[in-house]
Design a protein around this ligand. Structure first.
Ligand code: PLP
Length: 391
């Protein structure tokens, strides 16, 4: 284990690992086991009574999931965590475990499509309501807080529009109104942004994205204060969205290279942004650290770099967009992001297609919008493919 006080992010990402077993392995082994054995009847009783710590059953805990959680806690600066089978299992687990019938959530309007579905279609069935607040109009947020508002739920930068919310401001708002402050930090990763430093109680990730970084596995993780994690742990332990040991092992190995990968994602995304910003067929380019992003100052304040996602609009509407996407050669047409391979997505007809036209318009998901999750290929090759497809 690295020195808790002195070690850096890069070292923590590599050296936070399970103790070496009797085999003296260098790289942490995979514990593909559904359950663990007891030394005696008394040992089993004591484990179930929580009198002693240890692994019982991999739905509750497993050395690989424990290591992944410990590393994520270290990187986000969190006390505790829970790993889940997907990012959405984490979002749902977090909301369902901490909210009761009659509670209200204040959420940023620019949310991932499935988070929107949970808020608008699933939680209302159990009497949990929500109000959206616009990212561009934070002055109004306080007036949207109701006596039964219990949680502030944000995504920054947002998917796909890359809207930002001032985490310091939001942390103070949550504190002043005693709200549980939850941030989906999937786009930034802890390498670029650490919401707990601004007062977030819980940080949520789709590990499927930059944490895995290689497009291989679905998973999620929630980290934050032990005060709330106890309820999240109880809920996930009994409802069962556990992360598989294999995926936890992959994610923990992947985190070893997170800083190196994120720097390269950012280098490439900056080059792609600069190319797009100067192209005649491109209308509007969005990248958090680019001078034309309306919140560039905020981005520079709370994000170390701009991240691996760029979005832009093509002059000519959906017909032109389709031509662009169909002409793409090396890059991938897919609905994922945070992969080594650059991915081109049309959010309005895919990831966010379940939103109504009015809802799409409210968060800037126009028919012209394209999201590029810039990968780790050579930037010149990525740009060449985009250039030929733009025609
Ligand atoms: N949160 C954000 C911001 C996302 O972009 C996604 C997926 O794209 C999710 C959550 C859901 O993650 P998963 O697909 O791992 O369930």
């Amino acid at each position: 284990m690295p020195d808790k006080k002195k070690s850096s992010f890069e070292t923590d990402a590599i050296r936070t690992q399970n103790p070496v077993s009797g085999e003296r392995e260098h790289s942490v082994p995979l514990y593909m086991t559904s359950s663990f054995t007891f030394e005696s009847a008394e040992h089993a009783r004591a484990m179930f009574a929580n009198e002693i710590e240890g692994n019982v059953y991999s739905r509750y805990s497993n050395p690989n999931t424990d290591e992944f959680i410990a590393k994520m806690c270290r990187l986000e600066g969190a006390e505790a965590g829970v790993a889940t089978a997907s990012g959405m299992a984490g979002v749902f687990g977090c909301l369902a475990s901490l909210l009761d019938q009659g509670d209200h959530i204040l959420a940023s309007r620019s949310l991932f499509g499935s988070s929107h579905q949970i808020l608008s279609q699933i939680l209302p069935r159990w009497g949990i309501t929500f109000t959206y607040a616009d990212t561009g109009n934070t002055d109004r947020w306080e007036s949207l807080i109701q006596p039964n508002t219990k949680m502030l739920f944000l995504e920054t930068p947002s998917n796909p529009g890359l809207d930002l919310i001032d985490l310091e401001w939001a942390g103070k708002l949550a504190k002043a109104h005693n709200l549980i402050f939850v941030v989906d930090n999937c786009f930034a990763t802890p390498y670029l942004q650490r919401p707990i430093e601004y007062g977030a109680d819980l940080v949520q990730h789709s590990a499927t994205k930059f944490i895995d970084g290689q497009g291989r596995a679905i998973g999620g993780v929630i980290v934050g204060s032990e005060k709330y994690m106890e309820d999240v742990r109880f809920f996930t332990r009994h409802t069962g969205p556990a992360l598989s040991p294999f995926n936890a092992w992959l994610f923990s190995k992947s985190l070893e290279t997170l800083p190196v990968r994120m720097d390269r994602h950012c280098d490439n995304a900056e080059k792609v942004t600069n190319f797009l910003a100067g192209h005649r067929s491109v209308n509007k380019v969005r990248y958090p650290h680019h001078k034309d992003h309306p919140q560039v100052e905020l981005a520079k304040k709370q994000m170390k770099r701009g991240g691996g996602v760029v979005c832009f609009e093509i002059n000519g509407g959906f017909e032109k967009v389709k031509k662009f996407i169909d002409k793409i050669g090396m890059l991938s047409r897919s609905a994922n992001l945070g992969d080594t391979r650059t991915i081109v997505t049309h959010p309005a007809s895919t990831t966010h297609s379940k939103l109504s036209d009015v809802e799409k318009e409210a968060v800037g998901i126009t028919p012209d919008l394209i999201r590029i999750a810039v990968g780790l290929e050579n930037a010149d090759d990525i740009i060449r493919d985009i250039e030929q497809a733009l025609g």
